[in-house]
Design a protein around this ligand. Structure first.
Ligand code: HEC
Ligand code: HEC
Ligand code: HEC
Ligand code: HEC
Length: 164
């Protein structure tokens, strides 16, 4: 009696719940985005449409593996101290849709494309030039790089430094 109930109803109900869940997740993230502005999606989401920039970035930019720098010094740091590293060494920490933790947001653990170009959620779904930041200024870098260093790499000619 019990097992036939299980076989006949439990599995279909479970599958229905899973599919409903998958379907519902999309509108939920749209709604969140409408409320908070574009969300961060991580560098991998840019790969298919911008393979050239992506390829150069992961091959040459230290940003693309900046979480490793935290890992390297992790021993001997308290968890509060480690959290202070996140604002520069990850993507969007403390901002809507940005890095939260290695467990929750592994796709944002490194400082990616979006630390310069801004959150790319909306742009990735309906790409055009208006939905993403192109022109960058010294101040965009100074959020993480102390201004002496920014001047030292002579911002203008080296604006592509650390990029692609
Ligand atoms: C589905 C494809 C697609 C995805 C995903 C995508 N882009 Fe784009 N991107 C485009 C297209 C198309 C353009 C417009 C190219 C043009 O008209 O010159 C563009 C333009 C840009 C520009 C130049 C904007 C300008 O004003 O000229 C930047 C910067 C950019 N993308 C960055 C990104 C980043 C960063 C990501 C990942 C977060 C990303 N893109 C994801 C398709 C995409
Ligand atoms: C969200 C923080 C953040 C922003 C914004 C940022 N950077 Fe960086 N950048 C980093 C971090 C972190 C590293 C070092 C990564 C490591 O080695 O772990 C780095 C590394 C670099 C390097 C070292 C060289 C290399 O091989 O990557 C250059 C050059 C650089 N960034 C240029 C820039 C420029 C130019 C801008 C502005 C257009 C900029 N960065 C904006 C965080 C940032
Ligand atoms: C205010 C932004 C900022 C914070 C906070 C920050 N970093 Fe960095 N870090 C950078 C930048 C920018 C660079 C690259 C410097 C350069 O090349 O000019 C860097 C470089 C490094 C490097 C050297 C990487 C290499 O290959 O030479 C290590 C290691 C590192 N950071 C670890 C940490 C750790 C651990 C923390 C937290 C305790 C931390 N950083 C906090 C911005 C920051
Ligand atoms: C350190 C900052 C930085 C990072 C990180 C970065 N970019 Fe850029 N990106 C730039 C700059 C600067 C330009 C040139 C802007 C201009 O023409 O004034 C640019 C231009 C672009 C363009 C326009 C095409 C072109 O070459 O003019 C695209 C597309 C683009 N980036 C995509 C990406 C993608 C995808 C990633 C990550 C894989 C990425 N960027 C990471 C700074 C950055």
């Amino acid at each position: 009696m019990h097992s036939s109930y299980f076989g006949r109803f439990f599995l279909p109900t479970l599958l229905l719940a899973i599919f409903a869940g998958i379907y519902l997740c999309q509108p939920v993230s749209f709604a969140l985005e409408a409320e908070q502005g574009p969300l961060y999606v991580g560098s991998l989401a840019c790969k298919d449409c911008h393979p050239h920039e992506y390829g150069n970035f992961v091959s040459y930019a230290k940003k693309s593996h900046s979480f490793q720098s935290i890992e390297r010094l992790r021993k001997g740091l308290s968890s509060e101290e480690i959290e202070q590293c996140y604002s520069c060494h990850t993507t969007g920490y403390g901002k809507p849709g940005g890095f939260v933790s290695l467990e929750k947001t592994p796709h944002l653990k490194n400082a990616g494309c979006e630390v310069c170009h801004g959150p790319g959620g909306e742009h990735s779904r309906s790409p055009d030039t208006g939905s993403i930041k192109l022109k960058l200024h010294k101040e965009d870098c100074e959020e993480c790089h102390i201004s002496d260093r920014v001047n030292a790499f002579r911002f203008k000619p080296l604006i592509h430094g650390g990029a692609h």
